[in-house]
Design a protein. Structure first.
Length: 380
């Protein structure tokens, strides 16, 4: 800032302080400035939208004078002069509005989930309803394909509309308002089918099939295992073994397993047996719950093919005693130079009557009387 402008700014601040000090005793106070002409030129040059700042605020405060010294009658309010000072301080817009910058904030902890692909997130929230604002922020910042929630603490007295997140569909299974429950938020542009045939009354889980264009369907599972339930992995084994075409799906199982994979215990052994049976890999390695007495890895992500996941990890959150886990499923780019060729029948010369006559005049005995299906197909 130029010296003359700086002096004018300092003079303005002095006026503001004096007005505040005398506002209780004097309703209109007059002040004179030796460099008022420079100040007037400066104020007159400041743009305030489509009106100059001079016209908006100061035209009524500048009085005529017979000398080069101008007199300012300050009958304006404190807020008007504060606006003047702020605009003189630098590049400050009078009506800034929200930040629409597309640049990446280096301090945003969700920047790690910026790779191309489908982002899957799991959070144990320990009561969903009071944490909705935080979840909506996470959904907006990450644009996750699916957000799995465990320990929702909900019942049927809470409507889906009360739990809505913009651009997401909700699918839930409640226990009660005191514990348990799972929920899935699926981005509204992703087609999916619920797999209610895989639900089990003794297993708190949700199963959905994501339908992706030109790709194998993805079976996504959200699960919560209560600390004292011992038969979860046995139930999972039965469900997976009895499921039709289970091995043909690309499966992601996310949730709070309450089995610490950083140590060796009986629950960990049961989990390991289940993983070995279906060739699952567990991809979360950092602690997901840290308290005063222990640090554990109990919020897990199980997948079939590690090569199809570009990243995974843990993000620290403050609204729950569990951290957020995530993984990103790669999206393959189609070959640009490839041409799809389709063969269709030419119907330009089609005639309905001629076609029916040909069918009726053809001898179909070699097809209808054949005992061998391959021979019948060949004759046809």
């Amino acid at each position: 800032m130029e010296t003359s402008k700086l002096l004018s700014l300092l003079s303005t601040i002095v006026v503001l302080v004096n007005v505040l000090n005398t506002r209780n005793n004097v309703s209109h106070q007059v002040y004179a400035y030796s460099d008022a002409q420079t100040f007037g030129q400066l104020v007159n040059s400041i743009s305030y939208g489509h009106l100059s700042f001079y016209e908006h605020y100061c035209s009524s405060y500048l009085s005529s004078s017979t000398s080069r010294r101008k007199t300012f009658s300050l009958n304006c309010s404190y807020s008007n002069w504060l606006s003047t000072v702020l605009l003189l301080c630098g590049d400050i817009h009078p009506c800034p509005g929200p930040d629409c910058s597309t640049s990446i904030d280096p301090h945003n902890k969700f920047n790690v989930i910026k790779k191309r692909g489908l982002h899957f997130i799991h959070i144990n929230v320990r009561s969903l309803f009071p944490k909705l604002d935080e979840l909506r922020l996470i959904a907006r910042e990450t644009n996750a394909a699916c957000i799995a929630i465990s320990e929702t603490w909900l019942d049927d007295s809470v409507f889906d509309s009360e739990l809505s997140i913009l651009n997401y569909n909700i699918y839930r299974r409640d226990r009660n308002r005191h514990g348990g429950g799972v929920c899935l938020y699926i981005r509204s542009d992703i087609a999916f089918n619920t797999r209610d045939d895989l639900q089990h009354q003794d297993l708190e889980s949700l199963w959905i099939k994501l339908l992706l264009p030109k790709a194998k369907p993805i079976l996504l599972v959200a699960i919560y295992r209560p600390p004292k339930q011992n038969d979860v992995y046995t139930i999972l084994e039965e469900l997976c073994m009895n499921s039709t075409h289970f091995s043909e799906y690309e499966t992601f199982i996310m949730g709070d397993f309450n089995s610490d994979v950083s140590t060796t215990n009986s629950y960990h052994s049961s989990l390991k047996h289940f993983m070995n049976m279906f060739d699952f890999k567990q991809i979360i390695t950092d602690f997901t719950r840290i308290c005063k007495t222990s640090s554990t890895v109990i919020d897990l992500v199980l997948i079939f093919d590690v090569s199809k996941v570009s990243q995974s990890g843990v993000i620290h959150t403050s609204f729950s005693d569990h951290f957020m886990t995530y993984c990103t499923r790669k999206l393959t780019k189609p070959f640009i130079g490839k041409h799809n060729i389709s063969t269709v029948r030419n119907m330009k010369t089609y005639n309905k009557e001629n076609f029916q006559f040909s069918l009726l005049s053809t001898d179909w005995n070699s097809v209808l009387l054949s005992d061998n299906v391959n021979e019948a197909w060949h004759n046809f």
